[in-house]
Design a protein around this ligand. Structure first.
Ligand SMILES: Cc1cc2nc3c(=O)[nH]c(=O)nc-3n(C[C@H](O)[C@H](O)[C@H](O)COP(=O)(O)O)c2cc1C
Length: 137
């Protein structure tokens, strides 16, 4: 059974755009070996990452990612078994988002926008996966 882990964190000033590229390079290099897939959404100030794979593998990766100085205040939003991967073809898909204006959410209705905003603001531990999924359609 595959599990899915979602976390939020704050991007630190030392995490430049170049560092984002390095993070994605690491993910491309390592995740496939462990059969981990997912997405990394990032803005100037935040990260939201979805990791999918065997629970042991994604928890181990999460514990290691947590110690990375390019972010802080890492908070797990959810960890649960899933029937199938939402992002099977992404070793680590990524998208720059604007969490200040949320203009990336134009295709969503206002209820979805409110939900996603609340999740990104750490006000809610709902299930953001449907919202995230829409961003990658
Ligand atoms: C927000 C964030 C997300 C990350 N996601 C991954 C990931 O999915 N896979 C990964 O191997 N490293 C990820 N990293 C980087 C790891 O913390 C670590 O630097 C990397 O795994 C080291 O591997 P390398 O020596 O092969 O580059 C992430 C780091 C940050 C800050």
């Amino acid at each position: 059974m595959i599990s899915q882990l979602i976390y939020l964190s704050l991007r630190t000033p030392e995490c430049t755009d170049d560092e984002i590229k390095k993070i994605l390079d690491s993910a491309m290099r390592n995740n496939g070996k462990h059969n981990v897939t997912g997405v990394l959404l990032y803005s100037q100030t935040k990260f939201l990452q979805v990791l999918e794979g065997e629970e042991d593998e994604i928890v181990k990766l999460y514990e290691s990612i947590k110690t990375d100085k390019r972010h802080r205040n890492v908070i797990m939003v959810s960890l649960k078994p899933i029937e199938e991967r939402f992002f099977p073809s992404w070793q680590m898909g990524s998208k720059m988002i604007n969490t200040e204006t949320y203009d990336f959410l134009t295709k969503m209705n206002s209820k979805e926008q409110d939900e996603f905003r609340a999740i990104l603001n750490g006000e809610k531990t709902g299930d953001p996966i449907n919202v995230i999924n829409k961003l990658f359609k």
